[in-house]
Design a binder for this molecule. Sequence first.
Ligand SMILES: [Zn+2]
Length: 86
Amino acid sequence: MIVACYECPKCGHEMEDVFVESPASEHCPLCSKCGKRTIWVPKPPNVYVFEPYVEEHLFEKPVLIESKEHLRTLSRERGVTSAALE
Ligand SMILES: [Zn+2]
């Protein structure tokens, strides 16, 4: 699965589209806010692949992080931020 990110050069609105195969970067969708043609923002694919791992530094004891949502929930509960969520 590939997530393509588009950004509107006029209003800065960001949109994402999910593709099974590599998207055609020249066929950017129109901005859903202002209607201008968006530009494709290439992002490294590993940003979107989440492998379960043991987080040893963020919390008071090691925690097996099962998903990005799991990490987000834990981080919110503990009031910390993780670079893995950016
Ligand atoms: Zn726009």
